[in-house]
Each structure stands twice: as structure tokens, then as C-alpha cells.
Design a protein. Structure first.
Length: 761
């Protein structure tokens, strides 16, 4: 090429660049001046804006901050392509939610629950809540084919799926993602081939869930014959996908991972994560190299924030806002007038408000085992407009029974009619399962005891979900208990429950001077028939007929103390309420029980005639918890009284106090009588969480203030006789249950020390 040709070429290049810049300015000015309509099918007089949201786990919350700034600047989005958490945030925006609504959702979600196959405790059925209170070990073992089976380890994230399903239900009838309020693409990876899979149509919630499925953590999602996992593996920054959606300019938000410095590559996990980050980064760099000068790249400064630490959500949103605000000068040319942007927002919302009417309820072929329960829950919705809250509530009621791994629904259109398509899948390790409990206590004065307990639940014994339960305990207080839970409907509303129990326990004999004079062994056999009604998942009303008989004999003390035989028959009435978020270390919610026992108690001491003792006892308990950041306050009160008592209480019917949180400065079961009352205030602070706390368990430090006593008769109850106690404690929330190391103090100056494993509330 000679010099003349070079000059011509250079001039042509310069002229082309100037022309392109002038065109950019003219089109940008037209966008700012536009005051007419703007929608996802953008008018030709303004630039079409595409948004690219990268993957990054919890770091992806920064996308919300960027969206908030774009909304404040009146910048419309005409198309979105996202990967992993970018697909979740982008999909929610594409469904018509505003940035503020998405922020509210992200802020309200308990991410530990969302990324779990166990429903949040408040969503469990009342029956499962009672089971959890008794058996603190968190891992059930399934029984199938006569063998114990562990859960398969991969998380279905059923709770997260239900959240996404509820939020996108208004647009669930839209099959092409081009027809959403904002056109959308989600990217996943085919785990069989390693190829990126761009999802352009189908079920929106499933597409978001597939794009988020980190391999080895979440179960892959099967979609259209392909097994899909996290899209970040193949294409973490889908710039080319957004470019294909016919946009003129891209806003690219990259929250991808920084590489670890050499001094942090000290573990196999860190090295594995680094290798994955290098592979993801290489493809992202290739995508970034395709950006033009007109495109805008926003990179929130998230540092080394973990993609698995969802406590950073608020901070990540703020950092996203800061990064987008810093790019405001480059974004300004994309602004619409206030009226034009208001029209854009109104059109997005209008599309979201078009809820379908349910014309049929269909249960998936593979889920026919649960068809009666599903139809009883959903058939009454036929002919009504779909309500996301109502549908989610019905799902919660059945999923809260705890025996399902997946309970999902979709809006399907058949022959021009919209309906619910339901699918259910039980746990891989079920349906029968075993749970364990362990109780240990040592007062550092030579007194220690233990009990080990196993619960066998044989479930799905009938179409209504009957269960046969065996509870076996070995240790200082062995017992055998069995019940047959027979619900009278698929909804588990009314039930009949025959039961029996044999137990043996040690009971101290306390004299009027509050001194233990002997220790008795109490052997007890009882059986009964209960009738009850579960009140949603928050409460239960129950009445029961009972027969109880047994023997108490001296174990330690004067051998001449008489052996006592007793026999009771009567009934009880009980109302229970349970909305605690956690039964080990509650942070919110309430727990309450009121019970009335009415019995005719026949008691016979050795060599003396027996006598009838009409006995009516009322007990009540209430606990409320409230958290303020890492601090939690728990107010807890219990009490009981014996009515129309005509004879001294026998050992098996007396109330007892003493021990941790039950007048902590006194030894366990060191007070006994016919009436009692105690109130406690517990304050504790979380000093670590799983993976960070002491021994990698959530850890708490706190203290209790306690006031109460036991009285021999109601006439002697007064405030002057109330004892004041307290404790300081360290608590660990372990897989075996709560563990306490505590010191208790009594107003008399006595102290008690505890190493305690087991339930306290």
C-alpha cells in the first residue's frame, strides 16, 4: 500500500469514527427528549438498552443496587440476560417487579432456610414441631429396604423454588420469555456436555432455579431432556446472549470473583475455588473484550466477599448503588423524561396484573401417591383467579408435614384453559425414618446422668398419611412409648391417637425444709386415647382419656419407707400454640401451652388400705422471643396449681423445680409441692455462626434472671416467698442439640454448675 492509499484509509477511518460519535450523540439526545411511550418493544427514536447481570452468589445482590439507580435515573431496560444470581435478579425484574420490591424480597428471605430442604420451622406442621422439640438431633436417617439411608446430600432448595414460584406466578402463563414485561434470557450449563444453555422460553421459575444450581451443592434441574447446573461454569457474563436480543447499547454488571492472593491459597478448598474462578474468569474476559465504547461496564467493589455469605446482601446492594452512581455520567444519555418512564413502568405493572383463572387441577403422573391430598387442598380453587399467597399457603400446609423433598406447581394451558399442574416427590431416604436424641447433665459434684433416645416413624400407612411411632429411651430414665396417628382427612385437621408408655425414673423425696430425705424409683405404665384438631401449622387442641398405674419404692434412703402403688384414670384437655422460629435458641415467635388434668387417683401404701384422691391440676407455659440484631431477649413463664386436693400429692403428681433456668442456683429437682410459678428473662448474644463460631457451631453467651418458687398450698403463695435466681451461660447450637456450660446463683448464696446437653425450652 502506497502513501496516498494510507492517507485515504486513515481519513476514511477518522470520518467513520466521527460519524459514529455524531450518531451516538443524536440518538442519545433523542432518548433524553422523548416524552412519548416506551416499552420493551422500544420505539425507534431511542436506543434499546440491554442489561447483562453476571453470576456471583450472594455478591449478586449488588445487581439490585444497580437496578435501583437505573430506576432513579429513569433508564428503561429493554432486554435482560443473566446467569446464576444474575438470572434470579434479572428474572424477577423481567417478571415486572420493581427494584424496590426485589430489594424487599432479598432482605426478608432467610437464606439459610431458602437453601435448605427442611421447611422453616414456622412452616412445619404442628406434629413435626412437637417431634423436633423432643428430638434435637437435626439429621434424620431414612429406612428403606431394611437399611438405614442418609439424605443424598444435594439440596433441592424447595423453599427457594417456592419463593421464586410465588413471585413469578402472575406471569407464569407466559411461555416465551420475549413476552414477559421485559424480555429475558437465563443461562445454565448442561452438566453432560459442558455447553451453555440459553433458556428463552418455558417455566420462568424453573429457568432461574436451573441457572442458580451450583454443582455439588444443589441438585441439577432436568429441563427439556437436559440436566442443567449453574450457568456460571459455561458463561458467567452472557454479553453475547444479550447482544442477540437486538439491543443498541449494553449495561454490563460484573460481580464475578476476584482471584485469591497467594497467601490465601492454603487449603484444598481454596485451591479448588481458585481453579474454578480462573476458568470462569477466562470466559468472562473474552466476553468483556467484545464491549464497544458505547457500552457501560459497572463493577461493584465487593472485595473478597463470599458468594455463600448472604449476610452481605444489604452491603452488596449499597455497593451496587455506589458503582452505578459512579457510572451516571455515561448512563445519562439513556434517560427518559419522567412521563415517558412513568408510562414504561405502568406497562410493566399492567402485564403482571393479568392473573389467570384456574380451570383445572392436574396431578403429575409420578405423584399419584399424593393425589388425594393435593386434590383436597387445591380443588376448591377451580374457577377462581390464581392468588400467589393462597397457592403458596396451601403448598406450605402439605410440605410442612416434612415427608416431601419436592412439592411444586406450574400454570399450564390445555385447550385454551389455564390450570395448576402439581408434582410431589418424597425424600430419597424415606418414607420411614429414625431420629435420635441425647440428654447429658453433670453438676460437677459427682451427680451426672444421661439418656439416649431413638424415634422410629413409620409413615404413609394410609391414604390420609397415618403414622405409627415408636419412641425408645435408655439411660437413667428408660421408657418405651408408642402411638398410632390416624388423621381423619388428607388435610391432617382432625385425628385420633391411641398410645401407651412404660417408663422408669428417679424422683427425690423433699421434706418441708426443702431437704432431700430419700430418692425413689418410680415405675409407670399408662395408656390412653386422644382426640385432636390441628389448627393450621400454629396450634393444636386435644382431649384425651387416660389410665395410669405404677409403683414407687425407695432407692436411696431409709429402707423402711413404704412402697406405694397408684392407679389413675381420667381425662385431660390441652391447647398448644407454637410459632417459634427455633426451639434451641429462639430469635422470634411465641410458644404457649395450657392443660387441665382431671383424675381419680387411687393410692395405696404398703400395709395400708388404698384411698381415692380426686385430683385436678392446671398448668400453663408461655415463651416469647424477640431479637435486636445479634441480641435476643426471651421472656418465659410457667406455672401450675392443684385444685380440690383432698390428700397429700403422691410422688408422680407433684410439681418440681430446680436446675438450669428453673431456679438455676438450686440442684435439679430440689423443690417439690402442689403449686408452682416461675418467670425468667434470658438475654443472649450470638458470638458466631456456623463455620465461624466456636468449634464451627453457632455460639451464644448470655445470662438469665429468674423468680419463682414451689408452695405446698395456694394459701401460702405471696411475693415475699418468691426466690430470686440467675445464671450466666455459654451455649452452642450443635448437630447433637444445644449444649450449655453454665453457672447458676441463688439468693441464699448457693451456686450450681452445669454441663448440659439437651432441650431447655
Amino acid at each position: 500500500m502506497n502513501g496516498a492509499h494510507r492517507v485515504v484509509s486513515i481519513r476514511a477511518a477518522v470520518f467513520g469514527a466521527v460519524a459514529a460519535a455524531l450518531g451516538w450523540i443524536v440518538l442519545g439526545s433523542a432518548a433524553r427528549a422523548a416524552d412519548g411511550g416506551s416499552s420493551s418493544a422500544a420505539a425507534p427514536h431511542r436506543l434499546r438498552v440491554g442489561l447483562v447481570l453476571s453470576g456471583g452468589g450472594a455478591r449478586g445482590a449488588a445487581h439490585i443496587g444497580v437496578l435501583k439507580v437505573l430506576a432513579q435515573m429513569h433508564i428503561p431496560i429493554d432486554a435482560i440476560a443473566g446467569t446464576s444470581m444474575g438470572a434470579v435478579v434479572g428474572g424477577l425484574y423481567a417478571s415486572g417487579l420493581s427494584p424496590s420490591e426485589i430489594e424487599s424480597v432479598m432482605d426478608s428471605v432467610n437464606w439459610d432456610d431458602a437453601f435448605s430442604d427442611v421447611p422453616p420451622r414456622k412452616e412445619l406442621s404442628f406434629r413435626r414441631k412437637e417431634e423436633e422439640r423432643q428430638f434435637p438431633m437435626k439429621l434424620p436417617l431414612g429406612i428403606r429396604g431394611g437399611k438405614l439411608r442418609l439424605p443424598r446430600g444435594l439440596i433441592e432448595a424447595e423453599t427457594l423454588t417456592r419463593i421464586l414460584r410465588r413471585l413469578t406466578l402472575p406471569v407464569s402463563g407466559i411461555k416465551s420469555f420475549n413476552d414477559l414485561p421485559t424480555p429475558f434470557r437465563a443461562v445454565a450449563t448442561d452438566i453432560s456436555t459442558g455447553e451453555p444453555v440459553v433458556m428463552r422460553a418455558g417455566d420462568l421459575a424453573t429457568a432461574m432455579r436451573a441457572s442458580l444450581s451450583a454443582p455439588g451443592v444443589f441438585s441439577p434441574v432436568e429441563r427439556e431432556g437436559r440436566l442443567l447446573v449453574d450457568g456460571g461454569i459455561a458463561e458467567n457474563l452472557p454479553i453475547d446472549v444479550a447482544r442477540e436480543m437486538h439491543v443498541d447499547v449494553l449495561i454490563v454488571v460484573d460481580v464475578g470473583f476476584n482471584l485469591y492472593p497467594r497467601n490465601k491459597l492454603v487449603s484444598p478448598a481454596a485451591i479448588s475455588n481458585q481453579m474454578l474462578a480462573i476458568l470462569i474468569r477466562r470466559e468472562s474476559q473474552r466476553q468483556l473484550s467484545t464491549l464497544t465504547p458505547h457500552d457501560v461496564l459497572i463493577t461493584p467493589q465487593l472485595g473478597d466477599a463470599s458468594s455463600f455469605d448472604f449476610r452481605i446482601v444489604k452491603r452488596a446492594i449499597t455497593l451496587g448503588e455506589q458503582a452505578a452512581s459512579a457510572a451516571a455520567p455515561r448512563l445519562a444519555s439513556l434517560e427518559l423524561s419522567p412521563q415517558a418512564y412513568a408510562d414504561y413502568v405502568a406497562r410493566r405493572q399492567a402485564e403482571r396484573e393479568q392473573l389467570p383463572t384456574i380451570q383445572f387441577v392436574h396431578v403429575n403422573t409420578d405423584s399419584q401417591r399424593y393425589a388425594p391430598s393435593l386434590h383436597s387442598l387445591f380443588d376448591d380453587l377451580i374457577g377462581k383467579r390464581v392468588d400467589p399467597k393462597v397457592v403458596d399457603s396451601r403448598i406450605t400446609d402439605l410440605y410442612g408435614r416434612g415427608d416431601l423433598a419436592i412439592l411444586d406447581y406450574r400454570i399450564e394451558n390445555e385447550n385454551g384453559e389455564d390450570g395448576l399442574d402439581l408434582s410431589a416427590e418424597r425424600h430419597s431416604y424415606g418414607p420411614d425414618y429414625v431420629r435420635f436424641g441425647l440428654n447429658l447433665q453433670d453438676d460437677f459434684q459427682g451427680n451426672a446422668f444421661y439418656n439416649a433416645e431413638a424415634l422410629l416413624v413409620m409413615s404413609e400407612l394410609s391414604s390420609t398419611g397415618s403414622e405409627w411411632v415408636w419412641d425408645l429411651q435408655e439411660g437413667v430414665s428408660p421408657h418405651v412409648y408408642s402411638e398410632f396417628f390416624l388423621p381423619l382427612s388428607n388435610y391432617w385437621t382432625y385425628f385420633i391417637l391411641p398410645n401407651f408408655e412404660y417408663s422408669a425414673t428417679n424422683v427425690p423425696l423433699i421434706n418441708s425444709s426443702e431437704q432431700q430425705t430419700a430418692n425413689f424409683r418410680l415405675r409407670d405404665f399408662n395408656y390412653g386415647l386422644d382426640f385432636g384438631r390441628q389448627l393450621g401449622n400454629w396450634g393444636e387442641a386435644r382431649v384425651g382419656l387416660l389410665h395410669d398405674e405404677g409403683t414407687s419404692y425407695v432407692r436411696i434412703g431409709d429402707p423402711d419407707l413404704p412402697t406405694t402403688h397408684f392407679r389413675d384414670y381420667g381425662f385431660f384437655v390441652r391447647f398448644s400454640y407454637d410459632q417459634l422460629d427455633d426451639v434451641d435458641f429462639p430469635h422470634s415467635g411465641q410458644l404457649a401451652t395450657v392443660q387441665w388434668n382431671s383424675e381419680n387417683s387411687w393410692v395405696k401404701e404398703q400395709d395400708t388400705p388404698g384411698s381415692e384422691n380426686p385430683l385436678n391440676q392446671v398448668t400453663l407455659s408461655w415463651l416469647g422471643a424477640k431479637s435486636f440484631g445479634r441480641e435476643t431477649a426471651v421472656l418465659w413463664a410457667t406455672g401450675g396449681t392443684t385444685l380440690n386436693q383432698t390428700a397429700p400429692l403422691d410422688l408422680h403428681t407433684q410439681f418440681m423445680l430446680g436446675g438450669l433456668f428453673n431456679l438455676s442456683g438450686l440442684p435439679a429437682q430440689s423443690l417439690a409441692g402442689s403449686d408452682f410459678g416461675i418467670a425468667r428473662l434470658l438475654l443472649y448474644r450470638q458470638i458466631g455462626s456456623g463455620g465461624e463460631g466456636l468449634f464451627d457451631f453457632p455460639a451464644y453467651v448470655g445470662f438469665s434472671l429468674e423468680a419463682g418458687n414451689i408452695w405446698q398450698e395456694r394459701q401460702s403463695i405471696d411475693f415475699s416467698s418468691v426466690r430470686k435466681d440467675g445464671s450466666v451461660f455459654l451455649g452452642l447450637d450443635t448437630p447433637l442439640g444445644p449444649v450449655y456450660l453454665a453457672t447458676g446463683f441463688d439468693q441464699t448464696g448457693s451456686e450450681a454448675f452445669y454441663l448440659f446437653l439437651g432441650r431447655t425450652f
